[in-house]
Design a protein around this ligand. Structure first.
Ligand code: XMP
Length: 510
């Protein structure tokens, strides 16, 4: 396996995903993981990620220095590259920002750049850079403003790149990472997907024994696949609860119910808590506050339901969860070094519960979970759905969430998604959504003046949600959506289409 030390970079997960895509298992550990923690994994290579700190600051995160004596190859990316510079040279770092696509000139291929052209496009995102090479290192590449864009010391097996090979805009990023993982670290390609479902089902069977499992499902891919695995392992000893927050898309709760019925889950119950959620959200404008309230309310409602079920079925001793690898890493390490942009990870674990947690998908990424779901025969309608945030439509209504605004947004959003499917564009975009702006604009209908909300449509293409571009949807589709929303949804006078990229915008509005 490859160990990735996380210095708080926004793209740390992409490194792990890339390495796994080569058939090599990769795990992310905190940047300050103790040497024993690292060596017990028996890694054949270490990658130090990027991060927002500066290596010259007194509180800069540093790895356990022992990693440099392990005699296994180390690759530093961005901040990790600068750390190698600091550790092996009298190197001061200098603030020189570079951001976005850049051309590097490769002055020496070394082992890291085998198979690359003399000039390659890379993705830069840094505020500091090395400006003096440590001794005994060879410079491999430069840009017009970054003289040491890559380096290696073959004897010590140390490699560094100032740019981000894990980001799609680095065109030969995969080749560079393969050179490191497969050629330099000689990592065996043993991480395969074959038999994964059977393995996970057997693990659940072994852990649960003859007990029963309680699980909250959301209708999202992760909890659905996790519930299906647990169901295949223990059948009717699985008790699923779906809490209707009222913040889901139109008719979504009904669809979820009918899906679980189709899969013959015997114990599946829907609990309508929409009034609770609406009441708690009254008067709340701040997005992070909304997220917190939704997370807490969910836990409270779930705890109440759980108590009742546990009384009726005393053999419930486990709590099933759809946690996937990125959730686990980020909640275990809210990374004091990572800049917080949004709290994406919805609180899922009721704190007071005495049940033991069972998380069949805890080592997998979303793509793997989708693959698994298909193998398990879960309908494409569920597996191939666009990502949908835990706090639901609450973060697509800018400002206060009210029943009136929710109803308007649900109807507008349903029209957008319906037309995207009809025009066969649903699967061409990463995510599409309608949001409601809490301001009103004037319109005219018949001979009368109208005054209503503005709906904004957003559809983006992306590979990992880290960066996104607005989707070039056909004008006929947009025209149809706009005309239907303004005609069919009372209270809306305007429909806008968002043409902002991420960055600088984000995919959601809040
Ligand atoms: P942003 O808006 O940060 O979104 O560009 C990136 C991806 O994350 C989803 N997202 C969330 N998911 N809880 C979630 O479960 C959240 O609070 C949350 N906020 C954003 C968003 O839908 C997109 O897929």
């Amino acid at each position: 396996m490859i160990v990735i030390l996380n210095f708080g970079g926004q793209t740390c997960h992409l490194i792990a995903k890339r390495v796994r895509s080569f058939g090599v298992y990769a795990e992310i550990l905190p940047s300050d993981a103790a040497l024993e923690k690292i060596t017990e994994k028996k890694p054949c290579g270490i990658i130090m990620s990027g991060g927002p700190s500066s290596v010259y600051l007194p509180d800069a995160p540093l790895p356990d220095d022992g990693i440099f004596g392990l005699d296994i190859p180390i690759l530093g990316i961005c901040y990790g590259h600068q750390l190698i510079g600091k550790r092996f040279g009298k190197v001061a770092n200098k603030q020189t920002k570079e951001f976005g696509k850049k051309l590097i000139t490769i002055t020496r291929k070394g082992r890291l750049f085998k198979g690359l052209n003399p000039k390659e496009q890379v993705w830069m995102s840094h505020g500091d850079q090395i400006f003096e090479m440590p001794e005994d290192f060879d410079v491999l590449a430069k840009t017009d403003t970054c003289p040491y864009a890559a380096m290696e010391n073959n004897k010590l097996s140390l490699f560094g790149v100032q740019f981000h090979p894990e980001v799609i805009h680095t065109q030969k990023g995969n080749r560079i990472l393969q050179n490191f993982v497969l050629d330099i670290c000689k990592a065996p390609r043993e991480f395969t997907f074959e038999g994964m479902a059977e393995k996970l089902i057997a693990e659940v069977k072994a852990s649960v024994g003859s007990d029963a499992v309680l699980m909250g499902v959301s209708g999202g891919v992760d909890s659905t696949v996790a519930a299906t695995i647990i169901h295949k392992a223990i059948g009717d000893r699985l008790f699923c609860v779906y809490i209707d927050t009222g913040l889901m898309r139109k008719d979504e709760s009904l669809e979820i119910g009918s899906f679980f019925e189709q899969l013959s889950f015997r114990h599946f119950s829907i609990f309508d808590a929409s009034n609770d959620f609406l009441r708690k959200l009254r008067g709340i404008l701040d997005p992070e506050e909304k997220r917190k309230i939704i997370g807490h309310t969910y836990i409270r409602v779930f705890e109440k339901l759980a108590k009742k079920l546990e009384k009726e079925h005393p053999n419930i001793r486990f709590l099933g969860q759809g946690t996937i690898y990125p959730d686990r890493i980020e909640s275990a390490q809210p990374s004091k070094y990572a800049s917080k942009i949004k709290s994406h990870h919805n609180v899922t674990l009721p704190e007071k519960m005495k049940l033991r947690v069972i998380e069949p998908l805890k080592d997998l990424y979303k793509d793997d979970v989708r693959r698994l779901g298909r193998q398990l025969g879960i309908p494409e309608m569920l597996i191939g759905r666009h990502p949908f945030p835990g706090p639901g439509l609450a973060i697509r209504i800018l400002g206060e969430v009210t029943k009136e605004r929710l109803d308007i947004l649900k109807s507008a959003d349903a029209i957008f998604i319906e037309e995207l499917r009809r025009f066969r564009h649903y699967h061409k975009v990463w995510q599409a959504l309608a949001a409601l702006l809490p301001v009103r604009a004037v319109g005219v209908m018949g001979d009368a003046r109208t005054y209503g909300y503005i709906i904004t449509l957003r559809a983006v293409t992306s590979v990992d949600a880290m960066t996104a571009d607005w989707a070039r949807l056909p004008p006929e589709l947009l025209e149809q959506v706009s005309s239907r929303i303004t005609n069919e949804v009372k209270g809306v006078t305007r429909v806008l289409y968002d043409v902002t990229q991420k960055p600088p915008a984000t995919i959601e509005y809040e």
